[in-house]
Write a protein that binds this ligand. Structure first.
Ligand code: PMP
Length: 291
């Protein structure tokens, strides 16, 4: 059975889900997207993801022709149409078909696509052993140029970081901002546990305001772990006791080595393991039911 894709209000087989070469998402990366997950028949943080999609769209002056509630329903319908209980869901809203000029006024309507598929997660041993990260040469987008809070289709900044990390033999990239402060991974937020406090960079330094990041900060607070959103440098990570990245796809991934320096003992630490346990419970416990 072929996968069913939501295309502008209809669920169509994958083979029929086609986008024009004149779509400005293709020509210019002009659009926004979201990555969402369903666990055990429930969509985790659905409203939060849809809200972030609409905020991103608003910031790039893109009008989505559905209410957020209709979008939530379309996402649920797409997962159900594919008979999935555990899923990774990609929502893409591009500026739509226009001409070769960049003027969005020549795009009469945006293109809304929802893809639901099985999640390809890291193998369990990665969570057990952790991964290495390296600081990459490409700096995170400057807030005043293209704010990383906008989850736009223009992901070249992150893709370059990913390529540079891979070429250096690391699975995760550590991206700095123009001032040298740590921002985030290629597609994940970063945390460091140091001197009894869980630290994560504030949003104003130029990061995506991750939904997993938010969930992890709340879990840590509930566990009595002090959490601070403060600018951090590579030094804080090199000398930290634990480090991990968070994201919808990766969940909580321990970082055990950064730029050749072991972080703490060089193995996933107790805070990372405890938060992973709590997060795994949370995603099964909370969420919008599909049925
Ligand atoms: N930063 C970037 C650049 C990302 O692409 C993602 C993944 N969407 C994240 C952080 C993590 O965000 P979330 O927890 O909302 O998936």
């Amino acid at each position: 059975m072929s996968r069913m894709i939501f295309m502008n209000g209809d669920l169509v087989p994958e083979e029929e889900a086609k986008v024009s070469v004149f779509d400005h998402g293709f020509l210019y990366g002009d659009g926004v997207f979201e990555g969402i997950r369903a666990y055990g028949g429930k969509v985790f943080r659905l409203a939060e993801h849809v809200d972030r999609l609409y905020e991103s769209a608003h910031c790039i002056l893109l009008n989505i022709p559905y209410t957020p509630e209709e979008m939530q329903q379309a996402i649920i319908d797409t997962v159900r149409a594919n008979d999935l209980h555990d899923a990774y869901i990609r929502v893409v809203v591009s500026r739509g078909k226009g001409d070769l000029g960049l003027n969005p006024k020549n795009c009469p309507g945006c293109q809304v696509v929802i893809i639901a598929g099985k999640i390809a997660i890291y193998p369990e041993e990665r969570y057990r052993d952790g991964i290495e990260a390296v600081t990459v040469p490409t700096r995170r987008n400057v807030v005043g140029a293209l704010d990383p809070r906008i989850k736009s289709l223009n992901y070249l900044n992150n893709i370059l970081a990913h390529i540079e990390a891979a070429r250096a033999g690391a699975r995760e990239a550590l991206m700095l901002n123009s001032e040298g402060y740590v921002t985030e991974g290629a597609a994940d937020n970063i945390f460091v546990y140091r001197r009894g406090m869980l630290l994560t960079p504030p949003v104003y330094l130029g990061i995506l305001e991750g939904i997993t990041r938010d969930a992890v900060m709340l879990l840590a607070c509930e566990e009595g772990i002090p959490v601070r959103e403060i600018p951090i440098t590579r030094h804080d990570i090199y000398t930290g006791d634990e480090c991990f990245v968070t994201g919808t796809a990766a969940e909580i991934m321990p970082i055990v080595e950064v730029d050749g320096r072991a972080v703490g003992t060089g193995t996933p630490g107790p805070v990372t393991r405890r938060l992973t346990e709590l997060y795994r419970e949370l995603v099964l416990d909370e969420g919008v039911p599909l049925a």
